[in-house]
Design a protein around this ligand. Structure first.
Ligand code: RIB
Length: 289
C-alpha cells in the first residue's frame, strides 16, 4: 500500500459553544466548552488512517500534557508518530474555536507546530518510497512548506497541498504540487479572482471544495463532483477530512473524480459529529462508495 506522509500541524482545540459571538468589548455567557485533538495536519492524518491509509505524521508537539494527548490520539488512530518531535522550548499548538451561528471561527496559536524544520522534513523524505503521497497544509513555518513542495517536486512524489489557512505564496509553487485543494475563499485570497476564472490554468490539479455542494476540478471541462447532504452538527475539520480521504483514495489508485466523490462522502459524514475528529468516518461506513 502507498504510504501517506502528513507534514503539518497537530494541536489541541479549545472549543466554546455559544449562541452568538461577543461584540467588540462585550462579555457574554457561553453554552459549553470542550477540549479535543485537532490541527489541520493531525485531522488529515487521522482521517486518512481511519479510512484505511498507512499514515505517517511529521510534526512537532510540546513536552507538555497537550503534547501527550496529541501523541496518544495518533496512536489510538494507528498513525505512526516516529517523525513527530517533542520540543521543550515551546508549548503544544492550540486552536481557540467558537462554534456559533451555524459556523465556526478559529484562532490558531502555532506553538510547537512552528518548531517543525526543513531538516526534519529532508530526513523523512530521504527515506520515503517513490510512490509515497505527501499531504501538506499551512500551519507550519512557510520556509518548511516551500521546502517540502520543492523537495517533493524534485523527488517526483505525489503531493496534496491544502492551502489553509491562507498564506501568501508564489503561484509557481502551485504548479509544482500534484493537487491543491483550496475552498472558494482561499481561491479568492490566492488569486484575487473566483475559481471559474483560474481553474482551467490548473487542469486535474486544482480541486476547489464547495462545502455541501461538493467540489470542482477541470479536465478540459469543469467537473462538479456532487456533495452529499448531511445533518450538520459541527463543520470543523470537514475540509481536513476531505484531504485525508482524497489521499487514501488516490493511494488506492482511484480515478480523480471517484477519489473526490469518496472524499466528499467522508467530509459529509464528518460534519455529523462534534469536534474536528468526532465525526470522521471509519472505512466500514464508506461501503457504498
Ligand atoms: O481545520 C480545522 C482545524 O483548524 C481545527 O482542528 C483547528 O485546530 C484549526 O487548525
Amino acid at each position: 500500500m502507498r504510504e501517506i506522509y502528513v507534514i503539518g500541524s497537530a494541536s489541541i482545540d479549545l472549543v466554546v459553544k455559544s449562541d452568538r459571538r461577543p461584540l467588540k468589548g462585550e462579555t457574554i455567557l457561553g453554552e459549553s466548552f470542550f477540549m479535543t485533538t485537532g490541527g489541520k495536519g493531525s485531522n488529515q492524518a487521522v482521517s486518512a488512517s481511519r479510512l484505511g491509509g498507512k499514515v505517517k505524521m511529521v510534526g512537532a508537539v510540546g513536552a507538555d500534557d497537550f503534547g501527550q494527548q496529541i501523541l496518544a490520539n495518533f496512536r489510538e488512530n494507528s498513525v505512526d508518530v516516529s517523525n513527530v518531535e517533542s520540543v521543550t522550548h515551546v508549548s503544544s499548538g492550540t486552536a481557540h474555536i467558537t462554534l456559533s451561528e451555524d459556523d465556526n471561527s478559529i484562532i490558531v496559536v502555532p506553538g510547537a507546530n512552528f518548531a517543525v524544520t526543513t531538516h526534519q522534513v529532508a530526513q523523512v523524505l530521504s527515506e520515503a518510497a517513490e510512490d509515497a503521497i505527501v499531504v501538506l497544509q499551512n500551519e507550519i513555518p512557510k520556509d518548511v512548506i516551500l521546502f517540502t513542495i520543492d523537495k517533493c517536486y524534485e523527488l517526483g512524489l505525489t503531493t496534496i497541498y491544502n492551502p489553509a489557512p491562507f498564506i501568501e505564496i508564489e503561484l509557481d509553487y502551485l504548479k509544482k504540487v500534484t493537487y491543491f485543494t483550496p475552498n472558494e475563499t482561499e481561491v479568492k485570497e490566492l488569486f484575487g479572482e473566483d475559481y471559474e476564472e483560474v481553474i482551467q490554468d490548473y487542469p486535474n490539479k486544482m480541486i476547489v471544495t464547495l462545502g455541501d455542494k461538493g467540489a470542482v476540478f477541470y479536465n478540459g471541462q469543469l467537473v462538479n463532483v456532487p456533495g452529499i447532504k448531511a445533518d450538520v452538527v459541527d463543520t470543523t475539520g470537514a475540509g481536513d477530512t476531505f484531504n485525508g480521504a482524497l489521499a487514501v483514495a488516490l493511494s488506492e489508485g482511484m480515478a480523480l473524480d471517484d477519489a473526490i466523490l469518496f472524499a466528499n462522502k467522508a467530509a459529509s459524514i464528518s460534519v455529523t459529529g462534534l469536534g474536528a475528529q468526532g465525526g470522521m468516518p471509519y472505512r466500514a461506513v464508506m461501503t457504498d462508495v
